[in-house]
Design a protein around this ligand. Sequence first.
Ligand code: BV8
Length: 234
Amino acid sequence: MRRPERIVILTGAGISAESGLATFRDKGGLWSKVDLNDVATPQGFARNPAMVHEFYNARRRSVLAAAPNEAHLALARLEREHDGQVLVVTQNIDDLHERAGSRQILHMHGELLKVRCEPCGKAREWRHDLATATPCPDCARAGGMRPHVVWFGEMPLHMDRIGTELAACDLFISIGTSGQVYPAGGFVEEARSHGRAHTVELNLEPSGGHSLFAERILGPATQVVPAFVERLLR
Ligand code: BV8
């Protein structure tokens, strides 16, 4: 592989698994414990906001108690040491990439440590539990605060910028994602369609789209990601 200039890295729940954060579709994953329609859709939130707040409050506490792992740290090293652009596009709503030192990050599914007031639209950092009764610090109205995350049926964030970067990249790396959720699951094809990107999947097991990748490296992220970064930087 010739030296890449522009690297786009898509990450999913698998990169945070070894930090102790649950994935969605693995055995014992989040979607085996609760129905995503109840907790990760606007309709579910409208039906039972208290249940949705509890689901995200529990995950927010886990994120605050977790630490970045060697895979997050390796991506931050790649951004520091690579002579070219490195952009992390993450489906994850945790802040482990930030805490590992990555700077160029797009959270396409939002961020768990931010909340948004529906009535006034203001989003802000938030590290506490959230409840229906929580008043908005800006407009003082209660009942309209929600986690600043993208639910199913809602438009992911930063899609224009992501499309531009996929078209321009010459290396697309997918780490720790099952490729089951769209539009993220289609990014490998989008990167390939521009004819220049080498595509690599680093995952514990083959994802739904594994046959679309030019290269596949199987193993736990804390092992395969640092080794791949070492290879890129050598
Ligand atoms: C959209 C945020 C369009 C909240 C998430 C009907 C109506 C509208 C849309 C649809 C529809 N039907 C289908 C769709 C599309 C839908 C979709 O894809 N559904 C799926 C279920 C089929 N997508 C959407 O709705 C998206 N929006 O399409 O909008 C639109 C157009 C116009 C106008 C309006 C809208 C929005 C999707 C975003 C939903 N929000 N999360 C939250 O986190 O609670 S999705 C959720 O799944 C997370 O973001 C998660 O990141 C994402 C993907 O999961 P993964 O990260 O891949 O995790 P998973 O557990 O699946 O896999 C883990 C992988 O890691 C495994 O492969 C495993 O092997 C590996 N692994 C495990 N351990 C390790 C490891 N790898 C390495 N090392 C390890 N140690």
